[in-house]
Design a protein around this ligand. Structure first.
Ligand SMILES: C[S@@+](CC[C@H](N)C(=O)[O-])C[C@H]1O[C@@H](n2cnc3c(N)ncnc32)[C@H](O)[C@@H]1O
Ligand code: SF4
Ligand code: SF4
Length: 300
């Protein structure tokens, strides 16, 4: 991360904590909800299957930039399915950087060839070892590992949603992150139980066990892009929700925190690590703030 970006984030953090402000800093543009997969834990794919046109996405990026967003994510559906004429997701990343976003990340299922060197991080979903990942995501594990191996930059961060199917494969994903070319780190979430996937949620004990495994793997050198100091809050779902520093825009609609904000009761069971981490940081939790600086400087 550039020193100038670091200073801007630090200034935003100080202002937010001391003045108790609720300005957003992290924004996500949903480029499409169309997807080539139908993962068992996912409730947001192919609801409309519309690929939003370039002009609309560009205008949504401008909306977020004007709101003061500094960290931009492109998400889906499957982001690599996005195109309009000659333009691809890579053009969106380049334009976002030119527009002035300080960090630009893309979330993908990794089933398409990866040529996105301009992205700060490519969050690539890997949901366990071959057996468990394929049980959740169809027969895609080998294709994904091949695409990672052949990626044109080393900016990949694995992204694992831990649920009832794959909860015993956390150490496997940590090891893949540590030992595979082009992978910089791994970031975790716990399953967030949407009404149609409640059976995949973890109990408090299961979450605690996963956090112990992650902590142990961190000690053994696994590059984990999460904050250990937030684990107790994630295990007990005791972090504040929603995250007012995060916004999502999908088809012109801006939502605070996530698209899931309108689902009654879901925030009380939220499993997204970024929500715990950001809300604790901006409530002024010093332990989480110090760990955040160390972790971000290491991986971005
Ligand atoms: C919705 S997908 C979109 C991007 C891309 N298609 C992918 O799979 O990475 C974004 C991330 O959300 C995760 N996810 C989906 N449903 C979830 C849930 N109910 N709880 C936690 N994570 C979830 C996916 O595993 C993936 O890592
Ligand atoms: S690849 Fe991503 S968007 Fe598609 S079904 Fe799986 S989690 Fe959902
Ligand atoms: S806090 Fe609520 S809106 Fe935010 S990601 Fe979690 S469930 Fe979704």
């Amino acid at each position: 991360m550039k020193l100038s970006s670091f200073i801007k984030f630090a200034a935003f953090g100080v202002k937010t904590v001391l003045l108790r402000k609720n300005d957003p800093i992290l924004g996500t543009v949903i480029v499409t909800d169309k997807c080539n997969l139908k993962c068992k834990h996912c409730s947001v794919n192919n609801i409309t299957a519309v690929v939003h046109p370039y002009e609309q996405i560009r205008s949504e990026m401008e909306t977020l930039y004007t709101m003061g967003i500094k960290i931009l994510f492109f998400c889906g559906g499957e982001t690599f399915l996005w195109k309009d004429g000659d333009k691809t997701i890579r053009d969106l990343v380049i334009e976002a950087k030119e527009m002035g976003f300080l960090i630009v990340n893309v979330v993908t299922n990794g089933t398409f060839p990866i040529d996105l060197p301009e992205a700060d991080l490519i969050l690539l979903s890997l949901d366990g070892d071959r057996e468990r990942h394929n049980e959740i995501r169809g027969n895609t594990y080998d294709t994904i590992m091949h695409n990672i191996e052949n990626a044109t930059a080393d900016n990949i961060c694995l992204y694992m949603a831990i649920n009832q199917i794959n909860r015993n494969t956390v150490s496997h994903v940590c090891t893949v992150a540590r030992d595979t070319k082009n992978i910089r780190a791994v970031s975790f979430n716990f399953h967030t139980p949407y009404p149609d996937t409640k059976e995949l949620a973890l109990t408090q004990e299961e979450k605690a066990k996963c956090c112990n495994v992650i902590s142990e793997m961190m000690k053994q050198g696994a590059p984990v892009f999460n904050l250990k100091s937030a684990f107790p809050y994630l295990i007990n779902n005791s972090f504040p929700t929603p995250c007012y520093q995060c916004v999502v825009i999908e088809n012109g609609k801006v939502s605070t925190c996530g698209r899931c904000i309108d689902i009654p009761g879901l925030c009380d069971e939220c499993g997204y690590f970024f929500v715990a981490e950001y809300t604790l940081i901006f409530k002024g939790n010093l332990k989480v703030i110090f760990e955040m600086f160390r972790t971000y400087l290491k991986y971005i």
